[in-house]
Write a protein that binds this ligand. Sequence first.
Ligand SMILES: [Zn+2]
Length: 406
Amino acid sequence: MLRRVFTPYLLIQILILLLVLACAGQWGNRGDEQEQKQVREQEQEQEQVREQEQEQEQEQKQEQEQEQKQEQEQVREQEQEQVREQEQEQEQVREQEQVREQEQEQEQEQEQEQEQVREQEQKKFGRRTDHTSAVKKYCRKIAKKFYYWGWGHSYCQNFQWLHVRNSVLGDPLMWVVFGDEKAHRKTPKNATMVLCSIHGDELTPAKFCFDLMVDLARNFPRFKEQLVIIAPIVNPDSFFKRKPTRTNRRGVDINRNFPTKDWKIAALKLWRTRYHSDPRRFPGKHSLSEPETLFMVNLIKRYRPGKIIQVHAPLTHIDYDGPGDTLNQKALPVNQLLISMSTNAKGYRIKNYPYFPGSLGNWAGNERQIPTYTLELPSSDNRRSKEFWQTFQKAMHTAILFPVLD
Ligand SMILES: [Zn+2]
């Protein structure tokens, strides 16, 4: 029976079946292995990814650290630069301070020098103590006005003033003489008369005359053979007013008040017609009615100057009245002087300005044939005084040294 069941055929079938089963088992094992491999590979890949990520993270960290370092370095550099700038600024401040100190020292030295010059001048002038009380008082008044107009020291007390009459309000009408007056009386010298501030609102001419006086005192040896008569403030009553005016205290234009031959017939008439009774040009009720006019007339008669220079402002020209004026002869010495005065003042404009009834140019220049030069400064602005003196200093020297004798 068993032999029947286990036939070879069946045995073969069983064997085949076993074989199939074995193979299938092997396949199954193989599938597991593959899976495991895949898992491992995946794990490896993941591991790699993780490693890469870690590397990237590290790189990023490093980069960030480098950036931070760079930033820190920049900050350090900026700080250093700031420190350097601060140091430079401090250095500059130190240098400026040094410059300021040097300037201050220089200023002090200059002040000391000026003080020395002042002392020397006082010695040279032989500071007079015999000024009349009127002159002393008047000099104080002048000094005050000088500071008011920003002109500094007037040196008024240092000059040897002469005075005979007073203005309407009682100020002394003063003048100064440079040179030997006694010798001039015996043998006339080359005398120059300089008159300033005939019109009281012309401020710069007054300072101009004082500048000339200080200049002559300083350089006296050069001019000692000349005679120079200077009246720096001819019209004090209007010069010292709070608001200076052209006319004098009585409202008279003293440069229209000289006793010229045509005064009676022309002065008042011309004033009414041409000037429409302009109060600034009123010639007075009659000629020589004013003490200031009388002062100038007497001064001219006393010294018989070879030439007169009157300083005004602001017409900006030099005018000439006197011999050779109407003929306009350029060859005459008086005209040569006019030209050289202009040349010495950067080619200042020469103008043939007419003279008027009662004017100084008419009375002294035209009628008495005393060469009379009218220097019209460019402005009455008190701040420009220094500039004008610098411009005309040489011209004034030329004029004073120029011999005009008959
Ligand atoms: Zn004038």
